[in-house]
Design a protein around this ligand. Structure first.
Ligand SMILES: [Fe+2]
Ligand SMILES: [Fe+2]
Length: 193
């Protein structure tokens, strides 16, 4: 085996590495954006919507961390293009922005990133994208419910929100014995009560 072949075997494919960096950027910004939008929901008198934003902000932090770790062997400085929504409006407008962001991730971004990683045999990246895609579906639904309530002038009814610290899986109510997405033990969950 010559040096070139050897190098190709250990390096991550460029397109998957680039997708991981973009997803890291997008999740990092979503984490911050949900923090800001959560504070606004609190100000506007929707404490449960605020708590939902805080919980999901943590899930996005888990996703960003997973993407970052998946490319641990691809160091360097890169200019990163990431889809990320901007704007600070009313609680309803911010929820609409959150729904749009999550919907883009579940309908286009993560399915394509996951397929690309599968095609390129990048197992770690594929797992990280799969974890994120699974959680974003739930986030979109939770934000949709929240927007309906807020548009009717009400806060949401919301039990404890449980976030898996390994994959970002998000659920309301009791901590599951085992994460249904990544099989992590219940001790790995963080509760937003
Ligand atoms: Fe999300
Ligand atoms: Fe999990």
């Amino acid at each position: 085996m010559d040096m070139k072949e050897d190098k190709e075997m250990i390096e991550m494919h460029d397109m998957t590495a680039s997708n991981l960096r973009s997803a890291f950027g997008g999740e990092s910004m979503a984490h911050m954006r949900y923090g800001v939008w959560g504070a606004k929901a609190q100000e506007d008198g929707f404490p449960n919507v605020a708590r939902l934003f805080r919980a999901i902000a943590y899930a996005e932090e888990v996703h960003a961390s997973n993407h970052f770790k998946a490319m641990a062997d691809v160091p360097g400085a890169f200019l990163v293009a990431s889809m990320a929504g901007y704007g600070l409006g009313t609680a309803s407008e911010n929820l609409e922005g959150a729904i749009e962001g999550e919907t883009f991730e579940i309908s286009e971004m993560y399915p394509v990133y996951k397929q690309t990683a599968d095609y390129q045999g990048e197992k770690g990246a594929a797992r990280s994208f799969h974890y994120a895609l699974s959680a974003e579906r739930i986030h979109a639904a939770m934000y949709q419910e929240a927007k309906q309530a807020v548009d009717g002038g009400n806060d949401i009814e919301l039990g404890d929100v449980q976030i898996c610290g390994v994959c970002g899986y998000t659920t309301e109510g009791e901590v599951p014995d085992k994460c249904p997405v990544c099989a992590a033990a219940r001790e790995q969950f963080r509760t937003f009560a």
